[in-house]
Design a protein around this ligand. Structure first.
Ligand code: RAM
Length: 357
């Protein structure tokens, strides 16, 4: 009975040596390093390992027709060229919980070195991602995290707590600390939005916000039309609403468009997370005073380098490990395998023209 596992171990070791010795022509060459790590306890990073050439990365965004995700992924695809890798983007056209599963399965069959995923649901993608990891495919979550045990690292655009709390501070400023507000989110399962909303609710408990009442969290599913209709519905249900926070680039643009063309313009503040290019018109015409974001290009670029560092054995995803992320410099992995890009920027009419994304 013990023969089988022993034989399997011997075979794996032989394959590893073989792959390391001949360099390998396919992604099998990466399993050599992984096996070395496993032999030493499964978590040995070699910070001096060179980045492997020819790495194959695949970006799997929440949905392919979201302009934000497109910017992130294109920058990641460009970034991979710097270290001699190739990257592509594949993904669903809707951001529902299970829409990414079949894509993960296909990427496993295609023997990618790394799958980079903005998870539509932290748990729905877990089984397939675990399958990927068992086949030595490194899993990088970016933008929206998968459950911690199904990915190697999470590249977060900014501290989730900072994003959530600052959204409330900003809205409070805009409405003079008083009145009813609503949140227009993306999908009900999105890890990133739900984490931010959790911090918003916590921030609202502070005495300085006692005049603000959160009346509803609505979901536009990162669909422009649905987000527009949800905004309309919010104003119908709460005609005395003072503000809408949309922590989604799709949602904030749709909410601003609705308010801009309605009798609520100038009465209802719209804020949240948006891209300067989508929001410029609304900032200039006074519909939106301030909103936040980070540079999505840097998020994709950082994710690409993290994938390469993992696939090359430089890092394993453990707290404290460091890797070089090209022009973004050295980055350190924090608690729970999280790497934070940097603080968000607040955009308003004074600075919006300095940004083009
Ligand atoms: C939308 C998506 C994405 C989020 C941005 C702010 O594009 O929901 O996940 O990070 O907004």
């Amino acid at each position: 009975m013990t023969k089988r596992p022993l034989a399997a171990v011997a075979l794996a070791a032989a394959l590893a040596v073989g792959a390391a010795a001949c360099g390998g022509t396919t992604k099998n060459s990466s399993s050599g390093d992984d096996t070395k790590g496993a032999a030493a306890g499964g978590a040995t990073a070699n910070p001096n390992a060179p980045l492997k050439k020819g790495l194959k990365l695949a970006f799997l965004p929440k949905q392919v027709n979201n302009p934000y995700e497109t910017i992130v992924d294109n920058a990641g695809i460009e970034g991979a060229k710097e270290f001699g890798g190739t990257a592509k983007e594949v993904g669903p056209s809707d951001a529902s919980a299970s829409s990414q599963i079949s894509y993960i399965n296909t990427l496993i069959q295609q023997r990618m070195d790394s799958i980079l995923i903005a998870a539509n649901d932290p748990n729905a993608v877990c089984g397939p991602l675990k399958q990927a990891r068992s086949r030595k495919i490194k899993v990088v979550a970016y933008d929206s995290d998968a459950s911690k045990d199904c990915r190697d690292v999470f590249i977060n655009q900014a501290s989730s707590e900072e994003i959530g709390r600052s959204e409330i501070k900003l809205m409070s400023e805009l409405i003079g600390g008083k009145g009813k507000i609503a949140i227009l989110s993306a999908t009900a399962n999105a890890t990133n939005q739900n984490t931010w909303i959790g911090f918003m609710k916590d921030e609202l408990k502070k005495p300085e916000y006692s005049g603000i009442q959160l009346v509803k969290v609505a979901y536009g599913d990162d669909d422009d039309q649905k987000s527009f209709q949800q905004t309309q519905g919010l104003l119908q249900a709460y005609p005395d609403l003072k503000g809408i926070i949309a922590p989604t680039t799709v949602g904030i643009a749709a909410a601003a468009r609705y308010i801009d063309g309605s009798k609520y313009k100038g009465k209802v503040a719209v804020s949240g997370l948006g891209t300067p290019n989508q929001m410029r018109k609304f900032v200039k015409d006074g519909t939106v005073a301030k909103f936040e974001l980070w540079d999505p290009k840097n998020l994709g670029y950082l994710a690409s380098y993290a994938a390469a560092a993992l696939a090359s054995g430089q890092i394993t995803g453990a707290e404290g490990e460091k890797f070089k992320a090209g022009k973004l410099g050295e980055r350190t992995i924090g608690k729970d395998g999280e790497v934070i890009l940097g603080p968000p920027t607040v955009f308003d009419k004074n600075n919006i023209d300095n940004y083009n994304f």
